[in-house]
Design a protein around this ligand. Structure first.
Ligand SMILES: C[S@@+](CC[C@H](N)C(=O)[O-])C[C@H]1O[C@@H](n2cnc3c(N)ncnc32)[C@H](O)[C@@H]1O
Length: 377
C-alpha cells in the first residue's frame, strides 16, 4: 500500500481523535455500522466529506461514468424511453460523484429536463457545481439544482450509480450463534469486538440463513439495513417514478454462499484494494456489494413494482451502447473514438464490470416497459 502523505496523516489523525471520543462516549464500543458512517460521512472529516480526490486515475477508484461518456449517454437513451412512456421530464440523481454522469446525460437528452442532485458531501457538491458550470451551456446548468433532502413531491426518473454500495453496513459473524461486530480503540489502533447477539442485523442474517441454507462457523458478512428506510422515504415523495440503481452485487443465493466466508466488504486506497476497514480512517473508500434480493424485497414492501434486473453489460448493450458509440457528435475526436472500443469492453465484458455490476429498475404508478432491464434474463 502507498504511504499516505503528511497532510493525509494529519487529516486522518483528526478523525481518529473524533472516533476515540465517540467510542468513549458510547461505553468503549460502537457498531461497525456507526464506524463506517463516521469514517465515510462525518462532515469535514469523513472520506466523502473532506477534500480528497476520490474518483478517476488520481483518486482511489474508477466508476463507470469516469470510464466512458458512453455510460451516461446510454442511460440518457433509457431516460428518453421512460419519458416517452409518460414519465415527467425530471431526473433526480443520488450521490453524483464528480458530476460526470449528470454532464453526460444532460448533453445527450433530446429535450430539456430538470436535473436534481442529492449529495451528502458538501465538498463533492462544490466540486460538482464547479465541474458542471465549466462544461455545461449556461441555460442547461441553470436546470441543475442541489437538494438537501428529498423533494416533497417528485415525478420522473431517479438514478444512482454506486450509491447503494457506499451505504454503511452492519457486520455480523458466526461462532455458535450470530453476533454483530463492534469497533473498539485498544490504545494503539481500532480493533474488532463482539457487540451484541441480539440486534436487527443479527435477526436479518438469521432470517437469510433460515431461507438460504446453513452458513459455517467463522463466517463473517454484512447486512445493509438502509434499503427499507431509503425506499420508504422515496415512496413518500414519488408520485410517478422509475428508479434505476446500478451497482456491484449479487442475488442472495450467490451473496451468502458458504464459500464467501469473509463477506464482500472492500477498501480502496490509491487503486489498491484490501479488506481492512480499520486502517487509514477517512483516507480510504469502504464499500460492500449489494444484496439485490434484499433491495427488491424492500422495494416490494415499500409499494414499488420491479421493472427488471440484469447485468450492467446486458443493460448497456440492449440499451444502445454500440449505437451511442456510432453517433456522429461534435465532441468525439479521433482519440476519443479510438478509446471507445476499450471503454465498451470494460463496461460490458464478463471479465470486467459486466457480471459483477447489475442494474435494477423499480417503478411506482407508471406502466412502463424497459426492455434493456430484462435483456439476457
Ligand atoms: C462510489 S461514489 C459514486 C459516485 C458517482 N455516482 C459515480 O458513479 O462516480 C458513492 C456516492 O454515493 C453517495 N451517497 C452514499 N449514500 C448516499 C445517500 N444516502 N444519499 C445520497 N448520496 C449518497 C456518496 O456521497 C458518494 O457521492
Amino acid at each position: 500500500m502507498p504511504r499516505p502523505a503528511a497532510g493525509e496523516i494529519a487529516h486522518s489523525n483528526r478523525l481518529v481523535e473524533f472516533l476515540i471520543a465517540e467510542i468513549e462516549q458510547h461505553g468503549g464500543i460502537i457498531s461497525f455500522r456507526d464506524y463506517m458512517q463516521f469514517v465515510m460521512y462525518q462532515p469535514g472529516l469523513g472520506y466523502y466529506s473532506a477534500g480528497l480526490s476520490k474518483f478517476g486515475a488520481g483518486g482511489d477508484f474508477v466508476t463507470a461514468p469516469e470510464i466512458s461518456a458512453l455510460f451516461g449517454s446510454t442511460l440518457a437513451r433509457q431516460c428518453e424511453l421512460i419519458f416517452e412512456q409518460g414519465a415527467a421530464r425530471n431526473i433526480l440523481e443520488f450521490g453524483a460523484g464528480s458530476g460526470r454522469l449528470c454532464q453526460q446525460i444532460l448533453t445527450r437528452l433530446n429535450q430539456s429536463c430538470t436535473y436534481s442532485i442529492i449529495e451528502l458531501s458538501a465538498d463533492l457538491r462544490l466540486r460538482q457545481q464547479e465541474y458542471l458550470q465549466s462544461c455545461l451551456p449556461g441555460e442547461v446548468f441553470q436546470r441543475v439544482r442541489w437538494l438537501d433532502q428529498l423533494p416533497v413531491e417528485f415525478s420522473g426518473v431517479v438514478l444512482g450509480n454506486e450509491v447503494l454500495d457506499a451505504m454503511p453496513v452492519h457486520l455480523v459473524s458466526k461462532d455458535q450463534q450470530w453476533f454483530e461486530l463492534g469497533v473498539v480503540f485498544d490504545g494503539t489502533r481500532f480493533n474488532w469486538c463482539r457487540l451484541t447477539d441480539d440486534s436487527e442485523a443479527v435477526s436479518a442474517i438469521s432470517h437469510i440463513e433460515a431461507t438460504r441454507g446453513l452458513l459455517p462457523a467463522g463466517y463473517t458478512t454484512e447486512v445493509n439495513l438502509n434499503f427499507r428506510p431509503w425506499l420508504n422515504a422515496l415512496r413518500e415523495c414519488c408520485e410517478q417514478a422509475v428508479i434505476l440503481m446500478i451497482d456491484y452485487g449479487y442475488e442472495q443465493a450467490d451473496y451468502y454462499r458458504p464459500e464467501r466466508c469473509s463477506g464482500t466488504l472492500i477498501c480502496h486506497y490509491h487503486h489498491r484494494s484490501h479488506a481492512d476497514p480499520l486502517v487509514y480512517p477517512g483516507l480510504q473508500d469502504i464499500s460492500a456489494s449489494v444484496d439485490f434480493d434484499a433491495f427488491a424485497d424492500a422495494a416490494i414492501d415499500c409499494d414499488f413494482e420491479i421493472c427488471g434486473y440484469t447485468t450492467q453489460g446486458q443493460f448497456l448493450l440492449a440499451g444502445g451502447l454500440l449505437e451511442e458509440a456510432e453517433r456522429p457528435l461534435a465532441d468525439k475526436d479521433t482519440k476519443s473514438r479510438l478509446g471507445f472500443s476499450q471503454q465498451i469492453k470494460t463496461l460490458t465484458m464478463p471479465t470486467e464490470m459486466c457480471e459483477r455490476f447489475k442494474v435494477i429498475g423499480i417503478h411506482r404508478n407508471l406502466d412502463i416497459d424497459i426492455p434493456a432491464l430484462t435483456a439476457g434474463r
